[in-house]
Design a protein around this ligand. Structure first.
Ligand SMILES: *[C@@H]1O[C@H](CO)[C@@H](O)[C@H](O)[C@H]1NC(C)=O
Ligand SMILES: *[C@@H]1O[C@H](CO)[C@@H](O)[C@H](O)[C@H]1NC(C)=O
Ligand SMILES: *[C@@H]1O[C@H](CO)[C@@H](O)[C@H](O)[C@H]1NC(C)=O
Ligand SMILES: *[C@@H]1O[C@H](CO)[C@@H](O)[C@H](O)[C@H]1NC(C)=O
Ligand SMILES: *[C@@H]1O[C@H](CO)[C@@H](O)[C@H](O)[C@H]1NC(C)=O
Ligand SMILES: *[C@@H]1O[C@H](CO)[C@@H](O)[C@H](O)[C@H]1NC(C)=O
Ligand SMILES: *[C@@H]1O[C@H](CO)[C@@H](O)[C@H](O)[C@H]1NC(C)=O
Ligand SMILES: *[C@@H]1O[C@H](CO)[C@@H](O)[C@H](O)[C@H]1NC(C)=O
Ligand SMILES: *[C@@H]1O[C@H](CO)[C@@H](O)[C@H](O)[C@H]1NC(C)=O
Length: 342
């Protein structure tokens, strides 16, 4: 696949219809002069002049990997997707999309990866735009919103092959309705940033998740009773104003290796809080409000190799961790004032 992915820029000017494609034409494309169209197996275009893509601008029906990067690309309508029936991967940045429920992205049976980076979307509420992308495995939605928006159950309901999902929203507030992720039983990685609300049973059917990242300073109240799948190996809960943590939050997470609770409001926790995390290798609690923490809080974490307690109200020295330092070949302790032990 990687040799199919082109690293060539095509400077494409619609107004003058001048294609500067000589370089990659030979390798990946054939030109049909009569139709002024290109047939490519792979396409990576950075456009600065194009503000809209019209129906017949190019025929690149054999294209499997498509990358569009444009600061000015206007509204991309559904005819855009129609051009790529063979697409396996589509990446778009800085474009606008209308995801209104009546307009589905066309059936792209081969599409496995769809990436929106910093794209503006309209009409996402109740959208089922991705309904026919039944083989999608990876979806990244990094959206600028015009106003607030809600993702309903319809949006991802049919994408049950998804293994990787990233959702981030800027400008407006993105809300989740109940059951947004219910059908995504194969999800392995979930990354949610700047989302306005989630429910405590958000992940009740996602029993295969290994990497879970939730970070959102716009969430009004993070459900501290969020049910986290026992399969999770990496867990980041950042910027969620979490105050209270206790053993019941972590007791089932025996597979957990990396835990990051940075940038919350935790000021204290019991010494047995992490007692069940026998496989934990890295714990980050930087930028909280911790004031009273001792070695006893972490001593039972037999596999812990890295502990980050910086940016709290702690007055700790390496000497405060004598047993952990002595009993481990490698222990990376990060404490204020910027004293690092390797
Ligand atoms: C597409 O081209 C851009 C600009 O050269 C490059 O940064 C990017 O990695 C390329 N993407 C792919 C998938 O080849
Ligand atoms: C498109 O792909 C098909 C099969 O992969 C091939 O037979 C056909 O010649 C290709 N068309 C063009 C215009 O490259
Ligand atoms: C988006 O779709 C809706 C409904 O079809 C339409 O009213 C609206 O004008 C579209 N917006 C854009 C920017 O095309
Ligand atoms: C979006 O939601 C926020 C908080 O819920 C609210 O303050 C704001 O007025 C809303 N914006 C719009 C455009 O509705
Ligand atoms: C979409 O839902 C949000 C609430 O999340 C609401 O503020 C917004 O007005 C809705 N937009 C449309 C186009 O219905
Ligand atoms: C999130 O907020 C929206 C609008 O306020 C509401 O309709 C929805 O039920 C909330 N979702 C959850 C999971 O609480
Ligand atoms: C955290 O615990 C304190 C003390 O038990 C309690 O006052 C506070 O309401 C709790 N916070 C949350 C978000 O549950
Ligand atoms: C803990 O880690 C070991 C070694 O990597 C692994 O064999 C074991 O399955 C892990 N435990 C759980 C509950 O995942
Ligand atoms: C923990 O999360 C914070 C906030 O997102 C991030 O800056 C930091 O790099 C993370 N650290 C680790 C070890 O993952």
């Amino acid at each position: 696949m990687s040799n199919k992915v082109v690293l060539i820029l095509l400077i494409f000017c619609l107004r003058c219809r001048a294609f500067e494609v000589e370089k990659f034409k030979k390798e990946y494309c054939t030109e049909n002069l009569e139709q002024s169209s290109l047939y490519c197996s792979s396409l990576n275009i950075t456009i600065s002049e194009v503000t809209d893509i019209q129906e017949n601008d190019f025929v690149i029906s054999n294209c499997s990997h498509i990358v569009f990067q444009s600061a000015e690309l206007g509204v991309v309508n559904n005819n855009f997707f129609k051009k790529f029936p063979q697409a396996e991967e589509i990446r778009l940045s800085y474009s606008s999309f209308n995801l209104t429920s009546s307009k589905k992205v066309d059936d792209l049976p081969k599409l496995k990866k769809l990436v929106f980076r910093l794209c503006t979307v309209e009409n996402i509420n109740n959208s089922n735009a991705f309904e026919s992308l039944s083989n999608l495995e990876s979806l990244i939605m990094e959206f600028y919103l015009r106003g607030n928006a809600t993702i309903s159950k319809n949006l991802l309901e049919k994408n049950n092959k998804l293994r990787f999902l990233e959702i981030a929203a800027f400008k407006g507030k993105l809300e989740f309705s109940e059951n947004v992720l219910t059908t995504l039983e194969n999800l392995k990685e979930l990354n949610i940033r700047f989302v306005g609300n989630i429910s405590s049973n958000l992940l009740k059917n996602n029993k295969k998740i290994e990497n879970l990242i939730i970070s959102s300073d716009v969430m009004n109240s993070f459900p501290e009773d969020l049910v986290i799948p026992e399969t999770v190996k990496l867990l980041h809960l950042n910027d969620l104003k979490i105050q209270n943590i206790s053993r019941k939050h972590f007791e089932k997470l025996k597979a957990l290796k990396v835990l990051n609770l940075s940038a919350n409001h935790i000021n204290s926790f019991d010494t047995n809080t992490f007692i069940d995390l026998e496989n934990l290798t890295s714990l980050t609690m930087s930028s909280n409000k911790l004031s009273d923490v001792t070695e006893e809080h972490f001593i039972h974490l037999k596999n812990l190799k890295k502990l980050d307690l910086r940016y709290n109200y702690l007055n700790l020295k390496v000497d405060d961790f004598p047993k952990m330092v002595a009993s481990r070949d490698y222990f990376n302790l990060l404490i204020d004032p910027q004293y690092t032990l390797y």
